[in-house]
Write a protein that binds this ligand. Sequence first.
Ligand SMILES: CC(C)(COP(=O)(O)OP(=O)(O)OC[C@H]1O[C@@H](n2cnc3c(N)ncnc32)[C@H](O)[C@@H]1OP(=O)(O)O)[C@@H](O)C(=O)NCCC(=O)NCCS
Length: 187
Amino acid sequence: MSQLRTLSATEVPSERLLLRKAHDADREGFIELYTDPEVQAYIGGPQPRSDVEQRFDAAIGTANATSRPGNYVIADNTTNRLIGTLMLACRPTDHPGHVTEDGEALELGYVLRRSAWGAGFAFEAATVALRAAADELPDQPVLVVTQTANKRSLKLAARLGFCPISTFEEFGAEQTLCTAPLSMFRI
Ligand SMILES: CC(C)(COP(=O)(O)OP(=O)(O)OC[C@H]1O[C@@H](n2cnc3c(N)ncnc32)[C@H](O)[C@@H]1OP(=O)(O)O)[C@@H](O)C(=O)NCCC(=O)NCCS
């Protein structure tokens, strides 16, 4: 079990968004994220709707989808509607791609509904999460791991200030490992 801490806040606001924990009303939004072929193109592929529905209804329960620390729904702060998810949590040490001796490091991940791409929402959500984490946690490297073919994700990582440092094979595709010091996000 990782000892690495992550953000403790259950809500993090920004200008247009609110990072918050999931509600039952987020069910349709989650189902769309897991079943949309474009959204899933570089993160495992779309899953059959019936499987996702079953997982949310029977096994997970929508409200538990973000119960782990560092896992958030990205919501529009005027409508409270789910537009995506963000994760800032320990990268499992048995996955390739490490920058610390013990293999423990915070990894940033982001997924937006297709209709929310191209408006800077992922950049805004990641920035506010990293700033809050930099305020709360000691300096440490943060990772973004993304398929090298996932140009939008690489562009976002670069815009946030992450530098690509290596590539490796995982899930049958080349992955790019990017890193940035958490202290870079302190304001
Ligand atoms: C990766 C992903 C989150 C990037 O979304 P995105 O909307 O392109 O990212 P950003 O929030 O940085 O938005 C950037 C775009 O918004 C535009 N934009 C508009 N208003 C903006 C604003 N106020 N601030 C910043 N950018 C703004 C930028 O010009 C840029 O446009 P472009 O796409 O034409 O270059 C999205 O493609 C996605 O969900 N992909 C599927 C999941 C995935 O692969 N995740 C990666 C796992 S590691």
